[in-house]
Design a protein around this ligand. Structure first.
Ligand code: NI
Length: 177
């Protein structure tokens, strides 16, 4: 297993659509293991393959309390079949650094996905679990949670991020002097 680098906004791969998995083999298991290790190390409750620069429809989720750290749910080719209800709660993202905002999501969803052996699974989810699934499935479509915000809020975040990147660049330049 290996911890992979998590790419950050505005990296262009975060805006690309991921392709479905067609072969359920050892390579897929390895990738899922790396994604899980990367997510736990971050630490985070969900990670989509786009976030490590791999454009494949894989997400890993673990919304169990930290001390139980063994409820890993890998979803391959996940789809949200239907959603109902609406709930607003604060969201962040490992690829959108130093930012959190309220996002409206479905409170109940129905999900179809495949497991690591390629078997189709279908289940209902609600609460925080439903929110994380919606957030991760968005990633596979090249979407980020900031896309759900008002254009003003999004513009403010972009500005803040630009400033942050500029400062990082200046620090690097100063070190190299
Ligand atoms: Ni995210």
């Amino acid at each position: 297993m290996a911890i992979r680098e998590i790419i950050k906004y505005p990296h262009p791969l975060l805006r690309k659509k991921a392709s479905p998995i067609t072969e359920f083999n050892a390579e897929l298991r390895q990738l899922v293991a790396d994604m899980a290790e990367t997510m736990y190390a971050a630490p985070g409750v969900g990670l989509a393959a786009n976030q490590i620069g791999v454009l494949l429809q894989i997400v890993v989720i673990d919304v169990s309390p930290r001390e139980e750290k063994n409820k890993l749910i890998p979803l391959i080719n996940p789809e949200i079949l239907e959603g109902e209800g609406s709930v607003i709660d604060e969201e962040g993202c490992l690829s959108v650094v130093d930012y959190a905002a309220n996002v409206e999501r479905f409170s109940h969803i129905r999900v179809r996905a495949r497991d690591l052996d390629g078997r189709e699974v279908e289940f209902a989810a609600d609460g925080w679990f439903a929110r994380v699934i919606q957030h991760e499935v968005d990633h596979l479509d090249g979407k980020l949670f900031i896309d759900h915000l008002s254009s003003l809020k999004r513009a403010l975040y972009k500005k803040k991020r630009k400033k942050q990147l500029l400062m990082e660049e200046q620090e690097r330049a100063a070190k190299n002097d």
